[in-house]
Design a protein around this ligand. Structure first.
Ligand code: B12
Ligand code: SF4
Length: 485
């Protein structure tokens, strides 16, 4: 097995990284690509992880497979462009695959429409065969250690990853809740059969969690990195408090052995799980805070119960959201962040006003950080994507690759319906204008903005000139999509 040619796992450039410069923009440890590389290596393949944020793709002499990571729908267009280029350059003998969360919501047929002839990388059997690995020997994602892949990275690259903010750390996967707009791995109710596909949060094995975390901290210490800003992968940090507590003990031990490195962590949580843990297992929150948790981002996603109910986000109530934000600040003394993903189709002026009111009140009262985003409805992997009545929309997304750029959650909404667009963009602007906002809004290149929109946006955000006619330099400067690989 293996050694009959190399496999490259490629992390694409961040879509807003500056075009002609690879020193800063977008550099961030890619845990998904690193993990699939580690799993293939465990199965006997000769694998190298390359990251286009660090340097352009370099093709070895004997290449058998290149597998490209698609982090979210926003990367579909750059991935398609790269595919065309690679097919031409590499010829038919080198296999090309696409994998990662950004392609997992497509049917086989849709995947082939976007990447004709490419391999579906999220299927272990297909990928292992192409890479020359033994699929039975590949460790599972919960058992695999990333150390062998991290060791391949030069000190220079490793330090760049460690100095980045965030340093993503894979700890758990999956969420039991059922929010209909969500494209992460979560419980889904089939809209036609009403059948529930239950998902539970699952942690990586404590042994690999400990060895990987220790490796990162100790190598950071050796290379003189003073601080790590870890971003935990959990979709709902307090969903399984016993496991989180176990992790807190691991971090505590590692920090004690390495006091030279300050380890800070942040994670996302539902207000419901946080309050449940606060009531029944407060020692879990205390311990993870002692271990370095310094911020929790709450998925508030609105501000009125009617809309939460309509989109299946029944775990949220105004009371538990307010309680969670206040408790984070007042009892545990750490930073609450309010994540507001707004703009479901059921949204009304009333519900959007309620969101702004909720946000203003909480920011004023608790000095919470505000993180607004604009939802793009009907993405692959959501029930909406599969519904018959939405197939004209699905087909238009598949036929016009540029539109995938619109799916970025920090991008202004660009749909043609001016009423919906104005409604949500106006609220997005109000949330962005709240004190403590950290979201940088972006303009996407797929639609020409009207003069009035340009004027309005420029007035609100002086120094930024939204337009879809951009030079490469402007792409970097204005945070507008750059598809360089
Ligand atoms: C860390 C993280 C990031 C980091 C990414 C660093 C990086 N380059 O990888 C940062 C902060 C940069 C980031 C950004 C974004 N993210 Co993000 N992110 C996460 C987060 C919290 C954890 C991911 C992680 O570490 N998982 C652990 C790894 C090991 O699991 P995994 O990614 O599923 O990987 C497994 C498989 O998918 C597969 N796989 C993964 N990559 C590859 C590659 C190949 C080639 C193959 C074959 C297989 C493969 O193998 C892995 C092991 O089995 C997840 C939430 C979550 N918990 O999943 C969201 C998540 C992945 N992000 C998401 C999104 C949408 C984004 C954005 C595109 C959001 C936006 N602005 O629109 C942006 C990118 C913006 C931009 N313009 O570029 C979505 C993706 C949804 C989807 N199904 O498409 C998620 C699930 C969040 C969510 N709740 O919706 N993100
Ligand atoms: S709580 Fe978060 S991760 Fe879980 S289903 Fe809802 S949006 Fe998705």
């Amino acid at each position: 097995m293996g050694f009959e040619g190399e496999t490259i796992i490629l992390n694409l450039r961040h879509t807003y990284a500056p075009k002609n410069e690879r020193t800063s923009g977008g550099v961030c440890l890619p845990p998904g690509p690193a993990m699939i590389a580690a799993r293939l290596k465990g199965g006997g393949a000769d694998v190298e992880l390359q990251d286009a944020n660090l340097r352009p793709l370099s093709i070895p002499e004997k290449l058998r497979l290149i597998a490209v990571g698609v982090l979210g729908p926003v990367y579909v267009d750059p991935a398609m462009k790269l595919y065309k280029k690679l097919r031409k350059e590499l010829g038919p003998d080198v296999a090309i695959a696409f994998g990662g969360p950004g392609v997992s919501g497509f049917t086989d047929q849709q995947f082939q429409q976007l990447f004709p002839g490419a391999l579906y990388g999220n299927n272990d059997v297909i990928l292992a065969k192409a890479a020359g690995a033994d699929v039975r020997a590949m460790p599972s994602r919960f058992e695999v250690s990333l150390i062998e892949i991290l060791k391949q990275k030069s000190d220079e690259d490793f330090v760049k990853y460690m100095n980045a903010n965030p340093v993503p750390y894979p700890l758990s996967d999956g969420c039991k809740f059922k929010c209909e707009f969500c494209i992460a791995k979560h419980t889904i109710v089939d809209p036609i059969t009403a059948e529930e596909h239950k998902v539970h949060e699952q942690y990586r094995s404590p042994t690999v969690v400990e060895t990987d975390f220790r490796y990162i901290v100790e190598r950071a210490k050796q290379r003189g990195v003073p601080e790590l800003n870890i971003y935990l992968s959990n979709l709902d940090l307090f969903q399984t408090p016993k496991k989180l507590m176990e992790f807190a003990e691991i971090v505590f031990k590692i920090k004690k052995d390495n006091p030279e490195v300050s380890v800070k962590m942040r994670g996302l949580s539902t207000a419901a799980s946080f309050m449940q843990t606060h009531r029944h297992m407060p020692q879990c929150i205390e311990r993870i805070v002692e271990a370095g948790l310094d911020a929790v981002g709450f998925g508030v996603d609105g501000g009125d119960a009617k809309t939460w109910k309509k989109v299946g986000k029944k775990q949220n109530t105004i009371q538990n959201c307010m309680d969670a934000i206040r408790t984070t600040r007042n009892i545990y003394g750490i930073r609450p962040q309010i994540l507001e993903v707004i703009g479901v189709p059921q949204e009304t002026q009333e519900s959007l006003d309620a969101t702004v009111q909720f946000g203003s009140k909480m920011v004023a009262e608790t000095d919470a950080e505000m993180r607004p985003y604009l939802l793009k409805w009907g993405l692959p992997g959501t029930p909406t994507w599969g519904m018959l009545e939405n197939q004209p929309y699905v087909q238009s997304m598949l036929a016009h690759p540029k539109r995938w750029a619109d799916t970025d959650f920090s991008a202004w909404r660009s749909e043609r319906d001016p009423e919906q667009r104005e409604l949500v963009n106006e609220t997005y602007a109000q949330l962005l204008n709240l004190p403590n906002n950290t979201t940088v809004p972006v303009w996407v290149p797929s639609r020409k903005l009207t003069k009035a929109e340009i004027q309005e946006l420029t007035k609100r955000f002086p120094g930024r000139t939204p337009t879809d006619h951009l030079t490469a330099e402007e792409c970097g400067e204005l945070n507008v999509g750059n598809y360089d690989t």
